[in-house]
Design a protein around this ligand. Structure first.
Ligand code: ADP
Ligand code: ADP
Length: 218
């Protein structure tokens, strides 16, 4: 059994969630998506969900103090012993430093930070056409990755919906926020020698193959 501890880094709409689903299947590791955690809290109407929604609807980052402890708790769960994939976390240098501290405490190290990138026009087109399953959160695209039956999830037949923050104006804000607050993480992890750059403009299967090949000799 190989243990893989990964981060997926990249701007909104680049394909992190899509790749994450395939990668966690391949390596049998848990998919930890902070965006998914917030969306399920919003759906359940929790206090955390209420607070997070205010920021998410504007395309802004949820404050670090609301995010970091959730991830710290999640990483100590039994299933993370086999490795894990973090999707959408860390998003600020402060979050990355908090993660480093937690991993050091746990006596483990990251294997790779998979950095997927594409130009702004592509990101906007992908995010605006994205549709999500109401029940399982799987992501589709009306043009690039349509479900077999219109508006229904291939996996569980759940109804598909458009995220509140996937409208053009909010996507543009999210891309700006990414450039200002998250992109600096590329250099942060480059210095640690664990960045893997992947061209996110390629088709879904090709991006996946590139990642698995590169991780083969992690
Ligand atoms: P992220 O998690 O980075 O925001 P998603 O994985 O949800 O991105 O992908 C955003 C949208 O783009 C989805 O509708 C998805 O189906 C589509 N998509 C993902 N990867 C690709 C790709 N390589 N080519 C075309 N469309 C893609
Ligand atoms: P995308 O996949 O399109 O980048 P996510 O689902 O990862 O979107 O995130 C959606 C929203 O959730 C973000 O715009 C932000 O408001 C919030 N969020 C998710 N992860 C984090 C995080 N690590 N730090 C702060 N905010 C976050």
């Amino acid at each position: 059994m190989i243990i893989v501890r990964l981060i997926l880094l990249g701007p909104p709409g680049v394909g992190k969630g899509t790749q994450a689903s395939a990668i966690v299947k391949e390596y049998n590791i848990p998919h930890i998506s902070t965006g998914d955690i917030f969306r399920s809290n919003i759906k359940e109407g929790t206090e955390l969900g209420k607070k997070a929604k205010e920021y998410m609807d504007k395309g802004l980052l949820v404050p670090d103090e609301l995010v970091v402890s959730i991830v710290q708790d999640r990483l100590t769960k039994e299933d993370c012993v086999q490795g894990f994939l973090l999707d959408g976390f860390p998003r600020t240098i402060n979050q990355a430093e908090a993660l480093d501290k937690e991993l050091t405490k746990m006596g483990i190290k990251l294997d790779k930070v998979v950095n997927i990138d594409a130009d702004k026009e592509i990101l906007i087109e992908r995010a605006i056409g994205r549709r999500i399953c109401k029940t399982c959160g799987s992501s589709y695209h009306i043009k690039f990755n349509p479900p077999k039956v219109e508006n229904l999830c291939d996996i569980d037949n759940g109804e598909l919906f458009q995220r509140d923050d996937d409208i053009e104006e909010t996507v543009a804000t999210r891309i700006e926020v990414y450039l200002n607050q998250t992109q600096p993480l590329i250099d942060y992890y480059k210095e640690k020698g664990i960045i893997l750059n992947v061209d996110g403009t390629r088709p879904i299967d090709e991006v996946f193959e590139t990642i698995v090949k590169a991780l083969g000799d992690k």
